[in-house]
Design a protein around this ligand. Structure first.
Ligand SMILES: NC(=O)c1ccc[n+]([C@@H]2O[C@H](COP(=O)([O-])OP(=O)(O)OC[C@H]3O[C@@H](n4cnc5c(N)ncnc54)[C@H](OP(=O)(O)O)[C@@H]3O)[C@@H](O)[C@H]2O)c1
Length: 300
């Protein structure tokens, strides 16, 4: 049966493709748009034509998140099965040349945005004692590239949040999966935050040229004969959604791993060992809760 799914940042890139892919798989999709005006209106109209519901949802704005979730619940008759935290932005350049305000803005979207959306939606999933959260992290949450370190820091944060939420929600029937995409040609690179402190940049001499070279490497990768296709991420998310509860992996790398899969493999048993040593092993396994009992106890 089709699920009711919210995806944030659906006006572009992975989010837009994921909204379409999930809809094609028969799900009821609510697509969060930071703005559906200007050039985004056309994207919103295209998705509406595919029977995807558009919600105005800026993850940095508590009022916007609350109002979007209220609308969703009204339109879905209080149904919600899965939340995909996809909205995000990049930053690229010499770390020192970003102002603290820029770093804060980055974390407002990539980290605190996830927290806002989860606080607004988890009460519904917890009450139903079932559900799925998919957070879109990055391979840069596992391995670090210079000049992408602030962005990486925000994705490292999403790693820790995903693990913590997974343990905390497992006994309430809610599963948490982290998707770690590799580099894909979306609008993220063109839209990436650039360092505001231009003067500082010039004091780095030749090192200041390296970010441009890294970008060139990515562009070459993107334009290659077997260049990465962002649809891979949408397909991976669709597969996670359709997998049976309790069978889903904690993490899924999509695309060229650049060693992130090896880090995942090494860290998993260490992490599990710590949890077991603290007597918390039960939290590492999703509890599948009988839905008839949940309905009976809620009187529905
Ligand atoms: N592309 C990659 O190589 C790559 C690799 C690893 C991970 N990721 C992650 O994948 C996710 C999707 O990125 P993408 O590559 O598809 O980039 P994208 O094409 O730039 O899409 C980013 C989406 O996030 C939205 N967004 C930005 N700020 C927002 C806010 N305050 N509230 C709500 N939505 C907001 C954007 O809305 P607007 O259209 O209004 O800007 C857009 O819909 C991000 O979390 C990103 O970090 C990307």
């Amino acid at each position: 049966m089709g699920k009711t799914i919210l995806i944030t940042g659906a006006s572009s890139g992975f989010g837009r493709l994921t909204a379409q892919t999930l809809r094609n798989s028969g799900h009821k999709v609510f697509a969060g748009f930071r703005s559906n005006e200007g050039r985004k209106k056309q994207v919103a109209d295209e998705l509406r034509e595919k029977n995807i519901e558009i919600l105005k949802l800026d993850v940095t704005d508590q009022g916007s998140v609350d109002s979007a979730i209220a609308q969703l619940l009204e339109k879905s008759n209080n149904e919600l099965d899965a939340v995909v935290n996809n909205a995000g932005m990049a930053s690229a350049g010499i770390s020192e040349a970003f102002t603290p305000e820029q770093a804060r803005q980055l974390f407002e979207v990539n980290v605190f945005g996830v927290q806002r959306v989860l606080r607004a939606t988890l009460p519904v999933l917890r009450a139903k004692r079932r559900g799925l959260v998919i957070n879109v992290g990055s391979i840069l949450g596992r391995i670090t590239l210079p000049f992408l370190g602030l962005y990486g820091a925000s994705k490292y944060a999403v790693e820790a949040m995903s693990d913590s939420y997974r343990y905390e929600l497992s006994q309430l029937g809610v599963e948490v999966v982290l998707v770690q995409p590799s580099a894909y040609p979306t609008n993220m690179y063109a839209a990436a935050q650039q360092p505001a402190d231009e003067e500082l940049r010039t004091t780095y001499g030749e090192v200041a040229e390296v970010p441009g070279k890294i970008l060139k490497t990515f562009v070459t990768l993107f334009q290659g004969e077997n260049g990465p296709n962002p649809q891979d991420v949408a397909t991976a998310i669709d597969q996670i959604v359709s997998a049976p509860a309790g069978s889903r992996p904690d993490r899924v790398v999509v695309g060229l791993p650049f060693g992130s899969d090896a880090v995942n493999k090494v860290v998993a048993p260490i992490q599990r060992g710590v949890i077991d040593s603290l007597g918390l092993g039960d939290l590492a396994k999703l509890k599948i809760i009988n839905q008839r009992e949940v309905k009976a106890s809620s009187g529905t």
